[in-house]
Design a protein around this ligand. Structure first.
Ligand SMILES: Cc1cc2nc3c(=O)[nH]c(=O)nc-3n(C[C@H](O)[C@H](O)[C@H](O)COP(=O)(O)OP(=O)(O)OC[C@H]3O[C@@H](n4cnc5c(N)ncnc54)[C@H](O)[C@@H]3O)c2cc1C
Length: 452
């Protein structure tokens, strides 16, 4: 791959004054917060040149993807242009997909950006760094299950979530306009994986399909015609969360008429449904794969950096890679020890947020030649949004001193506050307050579900 990357980024001219070059790859929950903070802290004062590289042009906080997929949230209201954020917060944004690394030459290798018609937008190039932070997130892990790539939709990107929503609307329009009765599986959605993503998506879909149908699709009776199936290989849904949360969520889903299958292993995804290992077939028009994550494959053996079985970069408590002091990894692509639990930190937005806050304080220390403080994960608990029906979860750690089951309005408030903290890190108080007010007004004046 390195041969494909010849041209060096023209930012070299800016480096003539020997400013430190901090390159962050991946502008997600962790990377964009870090680029913003470092831009404000170091870029603004000319103390370092901060560059963010992302293959996408706009940022969307990933935990919103299930709401985009269900249509209960409009992508356009929540996307943030990288170019604009970079301009406002004194860092540089460069578009492109990282495809490799040259550690001896201290260069990140980025592939060319090419338009749909084949015209090149930006060439393959190398970006020199003094400090590199990898924050490229994770992908869905299909564990090699046949048919997933061909017949299931994963929720990894805003484009995939929007594609699912478009197919959902098309499915409803098709059913509305056909004369013959619904065929088996028609208007049925199978969600594979009952972690937080699968459970939240099921609740969100239950609500949004009813709202969609209420806009004049009078030949569809949601209770009779629309079925949601949630399929989980473990003995219970939400296997990573405390049993009480799982029980509350399962009761609520069953109460809504969602079909919940536990201890059900998927053998294959078919063109019109899902086959379980016990031979059962679940007919479905739409299949979502929401089970398991892994880091992108190119991280495996990335110029000698240590990775684990799911391609995450193994880092120390300082978030430095085990084999390179100048390369850091944060968020889902990093395997960071969690000594208190004798495991690694889970792939969560709250972990990415805490890590970026930590690095925003530590990287200026590194530039000044001072020792780095270790990072410790503070688990504030887990919250699962069941759309407008409820929110359940547990709060823990220093906040309450022990694990505390929470439900309803208070839990909803805590859930929403996680996104607000992310927005606050990107925009500050005034803009978050104004944006929140505008969205509240829009919810009064626009349909509560996206209709196309
Ligand atoms: C539907 C859903 C719901 C979730 N709900 C919750 C929740 O309620 N609470 C919670 O704590 N967590 C939740 N999560 C998990 C959370 O979204 C992730 O843990 C978090 O986004 C990880 O942040 P990150 O910065 O590591 O990566 P991401 O936020 O995924 O960002 C990665 C960025 O890297 C870019 N990128 C990837 N590869 C490359 C490359 N090769 N070159 C250049 N750029 C690249 C991507 O475009 C993206 O912008 C949810 C996840 C999903 C999918």
């Amino acid at each position: 791959m390195a041969d494909a990357v010849r041209q060096s980024d023209s930012g070299a001219a800016v480096n003539a004054d020997r400013r430190h070059r901090i390159v962050i790859v991946g502008g997600g929950a962790g990377g964009l917060e870090l680029a913003t903070r470092l831009g404000d802290k170091l870029g603004r004062r000319g103390k370092a040149e901060v560059t963010l590289i992302d293959k996408a042009r706009a940022h969307l906080w990933k935990p919103l993807l299930h709401e985009i997929a269900a249509g209960s949230m409009d992508l356009g209201h929540h996307e943030l242009d990288y170019l604009a954020q970079a301009h406002w917060h004194h860092f540089r944004y460069r578009t492109g997909e990282m495809i490799g690394l040259n550690r001896s030459g201290r260069e990140v290798l980025v592939g060319p950006v090419v338009e749909d018609n084949g015209t090149e937008v930006t060439p393959a190039r190398g970006y020199p760094y003094d400090i590199l932070v990898l924050a490229i997130g994770s992908l869905t892990n299909d564990f090699g299950t046949p048919g997933v790539a061909e017949h299931a939709i994963c929720l990894e990107t805003p484009e995939q979530a929007a594609r699912f929503h478009s197919r959902l609307v098309n499915a409803c329009l098709r059913a509305q306009n056909q004369n013959e009765p619904l065929r088996p599986g028609q208007l049925q959605v199978a969600i594979i994986g009952a972690g937080a993503t699968g459970v939240e998506l099921a609740a969100e879909l239950h609500k949004s399909t009813r709202e969609l149908v209420a806009f004049g699709l009078d030949r569809i009776d949601p209770d009779r015609d629309i079925t949601l199936h949630v399929i989980e290989a473990a003995e219970r849904i939400l296997p990573a969360l405390p049993p009480r949360i799982a029980t509350a969520a399962a009761d609520l889903l069953r109460g809504l008429g969602v079909k919940v299958y536990t201890a059900a292993r998927v053998a294959a995804v078919l063109p019109n449904g899902v086959e379980l290992t016990d031979g059962r077939i679940i007919n479905a028009e739409l299949v979502v794969w929401a089970a398991g994550v892994k880091a992108p494959g190119f991280l495996h053996n990335l110029d000698g950096l240590e990775t684990n079985a799911i391609n995450q970069l193994v880092v120390r408590q300082t978030l430095q890679c085990t084999r390179d002091d100048d390369i850091f990894a944060i968020g889902d692509c990093a395997a960071c020890p969690w000594p208190e639990r004798k495991t690694v930190v889970p792939p969560r937005a709250q972990a990415a947020h805490q890590q970026s806050t930590h690095l925003a304080r530590q990287l200026p220390r590194k530039l000044a030649g001072q020792p780095l403080a270790p990072w410790r994960y503070r688990d504030f608990g887990s919250l699962v949004s069941l759309g407008e029906y409820s929110t359940v979860g547990s709060l823990m750690g220093k906040l309450v001193g022990r694990s505390l089951f929470v439900e309803g309005y208070f839990a909803r408030l805590m859930y929403v506050s996680l996104y607000k903290m992310h927005e606050y890190a990107l925009h500050g108080f005034v803009k978050v307050a104004l944006d929140t007010a505008v969205r509240l007004i829009n919810r009064r004046t626009e349909p509560q579900v996206k209709l196309h």
